[in-house]
Design a protein around this ligand. Structure first.
Ligand code: SF4
Length: 351
């Protein structure tokens, strides 16, 4: 059974209610944060990390594609990104996980281009077509400061992998002007551990996807990236080593830790049962996991029969039951509300 428009609206209202009924306690004082990168800068290491990252541009191996192109000379690899950073948009975002949204939104910066380029990409004009504006690193620093000034809870770097050097340089510049928000590394999960090690002590919150668990399916749907399952698993383990479990302040706003996202796909092509088992076997049971229900047919998904429909309520309920059965104890609260709603709806269906 697919989800009707009416059901979808009910689902949205229910989610709105859940958020309204469980707001973070706004009366609690906003704590003063010391982000990871400020400690690193105090030791004099932040500038060195930015320089080391920039050197990778000469023979780009920022991600597992390892194109080896000299982006400083204008050569382009799989991601088609220049060496200068490109930004599509920057604004407070209220649709992220509740602990990232906090009281005033997650300060989201959408970078243009992408090193993964999924066939079902929902941001294809930005990720595949590279829409956006080329800016200097100091302008990126100013964007971060602006998001902080308007009260955002964090700086949420969306699709950051191919512009990681620019980000480090911008953070260094912004820190000198007073940036103090935690950084959220919002990545597809297609990362190299060696590059993540440059981020150790800089990123406070990792927000990786784990999209596919099977090499063949990853190759089909993720631009030929058959090594995605292995790369993303190694990446998540490195992220967990660096920042540990999801932590929040007294207002319920995320301050540190790993938050894993997994999108349920039709016909279980994402391997959700395998995904939850992997997390349960390799990470603590309290690892924050968001099993997402919002897959929609977009970009080139129409060309792939296995994924040319939305998921059904039954598929989503099954996915959450797999997560529960595997022993995961820290499932995203919004996804748990959707699970409850779908279960109730299915129970009320005429037999
Ligand atoms: S970041 Fe881009 S150019 Fe560099 S290795 Fe990855 S896909 Fe290739």
């Amino acid at each position: 059974m697919t989800i009707s428009r009416r059901e979808f609206i009910k689902h949205l209202l229910l989610l709105g209610g859940a958020v309204y009924c469980n707001p973070p306690p706004l009366w609690a004082a906003k704590p003063k944060l010391t982000p990871a990168y400020a400690n690193l800068a105090r030791k004099g290491e932040l500038a060195d990390r930015a320089a080391s990252a920039y050197a990778v541009f000469q023979e780009c191996r920022l991600c597992p594609r390892e194109c080896g192109v000299n982006r400083l000379k204008g050569e382009q690899g799989f991601c088609r990104a220049p060496a200068k950073v490109m930004v599509y948009s920057a604004q407070p975002h209220y649709g992220e996980e509740l602990s990232l949204v906090g009281a005033a939104g997650s300060g989201t910066i959408f970078f243009s281009n992408c090193n993964l380029r999924c066939v079902f990409c929902q941001n294809w004009p930005i990720a595949h077509e590279g829409r956006g504006k080329v800016i200097e690193d100091h302008q990126l620093a100013d964007i971060m400061l602006k998001l902080q000034q308007i009260g955002c809870s964090n700086i949420n770097l969306v699709t950051p992998t191919h512009v990681m050097p620019n980000i480090l340089n911008a953070v260094r510049l912004a820190l000198a002007k007073g940036l103090h928000l935690p950084l959220v590394y919002n990545t597809s999960g297609y990362e190299r551990v060696e590059m993540l090690q440059l981020l150790d002590g800089i990123i406070d919150i990792y927000l990786p996807d784990m999209k596919f668990m099977n090499d063949e399916k990853a190759a089909t749907y993720l631009g030929g990236a058959s090594d995605y399952p292995e790369a993303s698993q190694k990446a998540v383990l490195e992220m967990a080593r660096q920042v540990g479990d999801h932590q929040t302040d007294q207002r319920g706003t995320a301050t540190r830790g790993v938050m894993i996202r997994h999108l349920v796909m039709p016909n279980n092509v994402a391997g959700t049962d395998h995904f939850v088992r992997w997390v349960a076997m390799n990470l603590p049971p309290a690892t924050y996991v968001n099993i997402m229900s919002q897959y929609r047919v977009d970009y080139k998904a129409f060309e792939y029969p296995q994924i040319w429909r939305r998921i059904t309520m039954r598929e989503y309920v099954q996915a959450m039951e797999w997560a529960q059965a595997s022993g995961l104890t820290n499932l995203d609260p919004k996804s748990v509300e959707v699970w409850r709603f779908y279960k109730q709806t299915l129970r009320n269906e005429p037999s």
